[in-house]
Design a protein around this ligand. Sequence first.
Ligand code: 13P
Ligand code: SF4
Length: 328
Amino acid sequence: MDQMTLVRDRSDALYEPVSRLMTREDWERNFADDIRAILRLKRERNAVILAHNYQTPEIFHCISDIRGDSLALAREAQNLDQQVIVMAGVHFMAETAKLMNPQKTVLIPDSMAGCSLAESITATNVRAFKAAYPGVPVVTYVNSSVAVKAETDICCTSGNAKKVVESLGVPRVIMIPDEFLAKNIQNETGIEMLTWPGHCEVHERFTPLEIRQYRRMHPGVVVLAHPECPPEVVAEADYAGSTAGMMEFVAVKQPQKVLLVTECSMSDNLAALNPAVEFVRPCNLCPHMKRITLASIRRALETMEEEVTIPDELFAPARRAVERMLAV
Ligand code: 13P
Ligand code: SF4
């Protein structure tokens, strides 16, 4: 086989996972050059790319090695062989990967990729909250800074929040910073939640009226909602779960038509994997997740910036809160 044939065959295999979402010409014009460069750089740098389910399809399907929800990314971060970890996700996810890999280089392609939940609360806020309710355990959603995690008894994600809260065996917990996740878990478990008024700027925008309108326009549509949505929205859904939970639901049940009440790229990524399922697409983009692009990932691998660091004094307590979660 000559060199040209080799290159072509390899690029065909790279295009195939997104072939249902874009034409070959679009892929070649807009993405192929960065994708080939990133794959080369990954080998040269001994790097691994972790991608959250909200990443765009060309990142999710064409260059990432490990994909998943926050829980899967935190779990997988414990078992990596490579020396360099690139987080195609938001900053708190990169911090969690660093907590699990203190000796490795963790890169975030854009350090401005934040999260409205993580930004809603500080360590000082948590200390004041704890002082007002002495003895009540603090469960912190992983969508938070390391400084906040360091003040915490145990972390949780949307994928394990119920299990984590129930594992504490108490009637009342402080659950921060997502008010809606806490209220949704309170509804599921009956355990009283002392909450913080933090919201996800993507999920707080969905309304029950909007879901009812989609149901009228698309009779029979199956509605899946993320638990960061307000409880009144979750009450309108057929299922509520983490991004990985939604993916599994669609993969296993293969509903004819589905509405994902969450970030837009989830529908694109799932459409590529489930050709028999029709996706109704309400489009709420996470501007933080969308800061991560092929270009920024390529630049991160070329320059080895920006590296995630964690202050020494926060490291042990923040890691303990994540490890406790992973042990549940
Ligand atoms: P998941 O853990 O369900 O993937 O959610 C992370 C997130 O940021 C949702 O907005
Ligand atoms: Fe944060 Fe919401 Fe974006 Fe997830 S979707 S990273 S919770 S702002």
